[in-house]
Design a protein around this ligand. Sequence first.
Ligand code: 57M
Length: 358
Amino acid sequence: MLYHILYPLNAEISFFNIFRYITVRSFFAFALALLFSILLGKKFINFMQKHQFGQIVRDDGPQSHYKKRGTPTLGGILIFSALTFSLVLCGNWQAWPFSASCLIMFCFFVLGITDDLLKLRRKNSDGLSAKTKLFWQFLIAMATMFVLIRVGATDTMLYVPFHKGPLVDLGWPYLLFASIVIVGSSNAVNLTDGLDGLAIGPIISSAASLGIIAYLTGHFELAKYLYIPHFTNVGELVVLAAAVIGAGLGFLWYNSFPAEIFMGDVGSLSLGGFLGLMAVLTKSEILFIMIGGIFVIEALSVIIQVGSYKMRGKRIFKMAPIHHHFELKGWPEPKVIVRFWIISILLAIFAIGTLKIR
Ligand code: 57M
């Protein structure tokens, strides 16, 4: 609204000219999302508690989690509401990267809430089958990428860190590569969301890091100076990243240990999908392995554990994902969480630093 309604009035009221600037709208998006989630968070939690939307905690998990039974979940609804409120006001909906990112988040939101509600109704942790979730995630991701390539919002070039210009034009197979990044990110965030605040911390650091890259990619002179690709409207993703950071901090206010609310698959799948698409649209798919390093480590720990168990009948970790391994080693939950946050912040900072080395 600010961009589409107030900015065009800048001829009459020159003050409205500020809404053309991505930085200004990003600040407003951040502040509005933060205020919305913090001010309405308690009401949302009380509502979820009253209607028994409480987490089903599996009994084969760490003993320390049993006391978490009944913690209100579906916190992703609060996050998404805060995002919707701030982005309707601050977003540029005519920019393909922005609107496509919002659309993919909404589709993964619907998938996640379906999964969560199934778990709540069946009173167990078996929601949608993994196959069903993956089918819909790939369908949504590939459809989104097909449209974005066809409208010229992105291309099929592959860029790698430390290398000037594109490494190779993958052609249409890039569609599958990009979809793997998006779906992989969504599920890796989902796996990471197993301790209080453990997922939202790296989501915030990843959104901040990818937001900086989006600003540089959308800025012709800066992109040229850094030898990174330039796509005009990718800069609008900064507004979305700022809103995610604001809503994420507001959610963390309540999700911090001991959590009063969990985000649910509705939150982890949608935010993970957003980060994946943001990595694709900023041509940072390979760099995203570093930026979202915590998500990669968590997902790899599961793959290694399941693989080892199937092939050798032995576990590598005390329990996967790896955050449970440290819990079972005796690390208090907050220590695991904050140490994972520290690693994700360091990885995000280092990733930005690589932009200068080409
Ligand atoms: C996503 N969900 C949490 C909450 C959150 C293949 C296998 C590795 C799959 C994996 C799995 O089921 N992953 C599902 C992780 C769950 O959190 C809910 O799910 C949402 C995110 N999707 O928003 O609604 C539990 O996590 C805890 N939690 C917190 N604080 C938070 O802020 O404490 C979540 C958010 C919640 C709560 O206890 O109930 C989860 O862990 O399920 N399975 C596992 O991760 C299981 N690992 C496992 O089976 N390892 C095996 C093999 C198969 C790899 C092994 O190591 O041998 C562990 N998770 C659980 N029980 N709950 C261990 C068993």
